[in-house]
Design a protein around this ligand. Structure first.
Ligand SMILES: Nc1nc2c(c(=O)[nH]1)N[C@H]1C(S)=C(S)[C@@H](COP(=O)(O)O)O[C@H]1N2
Ligand SMILES: [Mo]
Length: 321
């Protein structure tokens, strides 16, 4: 059964707010009919079978406790929607919630190009129907040493990748995001080179933890959180999670990513969360969970090491940071 998302652009199905509901989440999901309880990935429920199979194929032991940060409290939806990094809409955390409202998220297409047998342009509504949507609770660890725990909704990016049939020489996946000067005041500043570009190595993009994200907190994404589509590899710093994607390119050589171009000594291509590799200007050993005062220890690979460490076997993580 499919998990359906409430479309934020249409009226609410009830006056119950997601904020209130996420406290009694299971009950709410059932009541609001947003979640057909069948095989959905609720925090403490076993992984969906296809996901467990995919993880076995990837040589990974399915372990819901690690895949899903179920022992940690979800951040409030207000935190997620009000404390944002989306530099196209301004440098302050409070800019995107104000300015991103002007971004039109329908109609929206994502163009797939490069080293694939089936290049195509996909409408975002077709993306919603491409694969069963799953809810996954993942930590987001920003390189600025704060973090949040978010119930993301989407499907493994690998589902999309398989459908477009990458060729043998496709070694990396590049994500190009929207750059529209009409609605994005931040483009005037040369803080980064626009459009914002991010990338993953093919095996990282195919990894079952990497989600193509279409929603969060049971609803389609708010514009400031990267509507209508973004990616999420939870073992990497948040900036790898490109928002409002318009193009996915399959390429042979390592993409030149926006942050790496802006400051190569500060932001590497891999950007795996690593408490032992400090940012040149600050420590990565601890983080502040948004909404909390005390700091917590940052975990290697953001706590997803059991699932992803094998991808980097034999690599010097200080060199390939
Ligand atoms: N297009 C685009 N995507 C982006 C960014 C950005 O500035 N532009 N910021 C990144 C950073 S630094 C982080 S931490 C996350 C923040 O996601 P959130 O605001 O939805 O929590 O988005 C990432 N994706
Ligand atoms: Mo970030």
């Amino acid at each position: 059964m499919l998990l359906r998302l409430r479309d934020r652009s249409s009226p609410a199905p009830s006056e119950i707010t997601p904020e209130a509901l996420y406290r009694g989440r299971r009950q709410w999901l059932a009541q609001a009919g947003l979640l057909a309880l069948g095989g959905a990935a609720l925090a403490s429920a076993p992984l969906r079978r296809s996901e467990a199979q995919a993880m076995r194929l990837a040589g990974v032991t399915p372990n819901p406790r690690h895949v899903l940060a179920s022992d940690e409290k979800l951040n409030k939806v207000e935190d997620f929607r009000s404390y944002c990094n989306f530099y196209e809409f301004g440098m302050d955390k409070s800019d995107p919630p104000v300015h991103a409202k002007a971004m039109k998220v329908r109609p929206w297409t994502v163009t797939i190009e490069g080293e694939v047998n089936k290049p195509q342009t996909i409408d975002v509504d077709a993306l919603h129907r491409m694969a069963p949507l799953e809810e996954r609770v993942y930590r987001l660890r920003c390189v600025e040493a704060w973090s949040m725990v978010i119930p993301w909704v989407g499907f493994p990016l690998s589902e999309l990748i398989r459908r477009v049939e990458p060729r043998g020489n496709a070694k990396y996946v590049e994500f190009v995001t929207l750059a529209d000067p009409k609605v994005m005041p931040g483009l005037r500043y040369r803080s980064l080179e626009w459009p914002y570009v991010e990338g993953l190595r093919m095996d990282e993009a195919m990894h079952p933890l990497t989600l193509l994200v279409l929603g969060a907190y049971g609803e389609t994404l708010a514009p400031q959180n990267g509507a209508p589509v973004r990616v999420m590899s939870p073992w990497k710093y948040g900036f790898k999670s490109g928002k409002s994607i318009v193009k996915i390119r399959f390429v042979e050589s390592q993409p030149k990513t926006a942050w790496h171009k802006a400051a190569p000594g500060e932001y590497g291509f891999y950007s795996n969360v690593n408490p032992d590799v400090d940012h040149p200007r600050w420590s990565q050993k601890t983080e502040r969970r948004i909404g909390e005062f005390s700091r917590r220890k940052t975990l290697l690979f953001n706590g997803y090491g059991e699932q992803v460490a094998h991808l980097y076997a034999g690599m010097d993580l200080r060199k390939f940071f």
